[in-house]
Every structure is written in C-alpha cells, then in structure tokens.
Design a protein around this ligand. Structure first.
Ligand SMILES: NCc1[nH]cc(CCC(=O)O)c1CC(=O)O
Length: 311
C-alpha cells in the first residue's frame, strides 16, 4: 500500500447529537493513529431520522432488528464513493449486510447496560403499579413487561434528547435508554440530569437483570469490501476484544432471525480469551423468555452453541 492511500478519508455519519459525538470519537482515534491524515465528515440523513412522527409501528420495530432504517443511506454514500467509512451505532446495523460492504471494526465499547430514567428517585423498585414507561424497542417492552407485569409500557419515539424531553414534560413516569448513548451525551449515572427544568434520575440496570441488545454500546465502522486503505485505517483503531464480543452477539441474532425477527437480549464477557454469552429470547405473545448460556474460544461457534442450546 502506498503512502498516498493515507492522505485523506471521508467518514459518513447521521446527524443526531449522539451520531455526531460518535463520529468525533472515530475522527479523534484516526488522527491519533495517523496525525497527517486529512479527515472530512459528511452528514447523511437516513430514513430513521426522517420518520420520527407518524405510522411508526414498523420503524419502532426496527430498533435492534434488521430493517436498516438508520444505515441504508450511509451505504448508498459508501457505494457512490462519497464516503469511505460509515460510522454506525452497531446495534442499528442489520445482521446481514450487502456483499459489497463489511463491518471492518468497532471502537472500544461503552457500557452495554440499559438505564431506567425516572422523574422520581428510586429506580425500578420505586415505580408503583400502573406507572407509565416509554420505549419503542420491542426487546425493552417485552422484557420490562415480563419483569414487571404491573407497569404500563407505551410507545416513545425520537432521538435521545427528544425522549428525555418527553419524560421531563411528564407524559411518562420513566423511559428506557442505553447507558452508552446517555454517557456519550454527557449524562452521569451518579447524579440526576436537569432536562427542561426537571430532575431526571438514572438507574442503570445490570446486564444480567435486564439483557441489552446485540451490539449495544459499540460503534461500528463499515467500509467497501476490498478498500484496502479504509481497511487499514479501521484496523489501526479497532478494539479486538469488543470486535470478538459483538461478532458473537450479532451471529447469534442472525441465526435467530432465520425465522422471524424476535426480541432478544444478549450479553457477552471476555475473560482471558474465553467468551461467555447469555441470552433471553422473548415470545411474540409476551411472557417468559427462552434462555441460554454458552462459552468457548471461537465467537461464531459459541454463538451457534448458544442458539442450539436455547431452552
Ligand atoms: N436505536 C436507537 C439507538 N441506537 C443506539 C443507541 C444508543 C447507543 C448504543 O446503544 O450503542 C440508541 C438509543 C438508545 O437505545 O437509547
């Protein structure tokens, strides 16, 4: 590879506050690895950004599943050569992507937990029967209804700041969000955030209590397959441990999606190159999930074993 391959690169990102913070962290990592690299940024509006108001049952369903509503336009820009690296919240990337592209790497992962954000302190245990919790992710809705059948789960749309505003305005008692997104936007788990005059309390839910989505908290870097310059750039900033974990999580999800798209919670840990995986798969009609556990050295094999041992 020649020197010139590293002169410049263009990264593509959505325009939400969270996406821009994530793009900036990719740019920072790249310029640390290659101080002379000229990095440009292109902000791209996706279907998911456009459709935040009406007829959103199917858009809502896409969270954590394979609809590609937050990724399609970024892939079109990759294909057209307008960008070289598409930056995604990995959780929003379909488990199967077109042959032309690849997820070449991921940055070091943020916390993977979900957070219950409430208007009163005390977290989940302090929510009274009948309290209204907003979320549009089927995984979160099913899991919460299973853990707390007495709560009322209703749809909540919009990007992270919008959802926090809707909570602050009082239409919900609580909402569920990813810790990764909250932290990247400057919120702290240890003290309440003041949003539109309201104090909002953050209660992270341990991953073995409330199972996260596959890839939650990871920033995925997608390139044109065979683009050696982009591949080398990504290789210089990727985090191997995170990459191993999310490949296993996404493989498990892909195997499950053979049939239909099921709400699934899954988490991994990596200890001395031994990968541990735990999953909960929620039935369409609600109620008790199927559960499984697996461990081993090869992420794709562990994912398959997890899939095959689903109780
Ligand atoms: N689908 C929305 C989305 N995609 C990624 C994140 C947060 C960051 C992450 O989980 O990596 C969010 C918001 C949320 O779930 O709270």
């Amino acid at each position: 590879m020649s020197e010139t391959d590293f002169q410049k690169t263009t990264i593509g990102t959505r325009g939400s506050d969270l996406a821009l913070v994530q793009a900036a962290s990719v740019e920072r990592a790249l310029s640390q690895a290659y101080p002379d690299l000229r990095i440009s940024r292109r902000v791209i509006r996706t279907t998911g950004d456009r459709r935040t108001d009406v007829a959103l049952a199917e858009v809502a369903k896409a969270e954590g599943t394979d609809k590609g509503i937050f990724t399609k336009e970024l892939e079109e820009a990759l294909r057209a050569g307008e960008i070289d690296i598409a930056v995604h919240s990995l959780k929003d990337v379909p488990t199967v992507i077109s042959e032309e592209f690849e997820i070449a790497g991921v940055l070091v992962r943020a916390p993977i937990r979900d957070v219950l954000v409430t208007r009163k302190p005390g977290g989940l245990d302090a929510l009274p029967a009948g309290a209204v919790v907003g979320t549009s992710a089927v995984r979160r809705a099913r899991q919460l209804q299973w853990l707390r059948p007495d709560l009322k789960v209703i749809d909540l749309r919009g990007n992270v700041p919008t959802r926090l505003r809707k909570l602050a305005e009082g239409s919900y008692d609580a909402i569920l969000l990813a810790e990764a997104g909250l932290v990247r936007l400057g919120h702290r788990m240890t003290k309440p955030s003041v949003v539109f005059g309201a104090e909002l309390h953050m209660s992270p839910l341990a991953e073995d209590v409330f199972f996260p989505a596959a890839g939650q908290g990871a920033i995925g870097l997608e390139i044109r397959k065979g683009d050696q310059a982009a591949s080398a750039l990504v290789a210089s900033i990727l985090d191997t441990a995170t990459f191993t974990r999310v490949r296993a999580e996404r493989e498990f999800l892909r195997l499950l999606e053979g049939g239909c798209s099921t709400p699934v919670g899954v988490f991994t840990s990596l200890d001395e190159s031994v990968l541990q995986m735990d999953a909960r798969v929620f039935p369409d009609e609600g109620g008790t999930p199927r559960v499984a556990k697996a461990s081993g050295g090869d992420p794709l094999k562990v994912a398959r074993e997890l899939f095959e041992s689903l109780a």
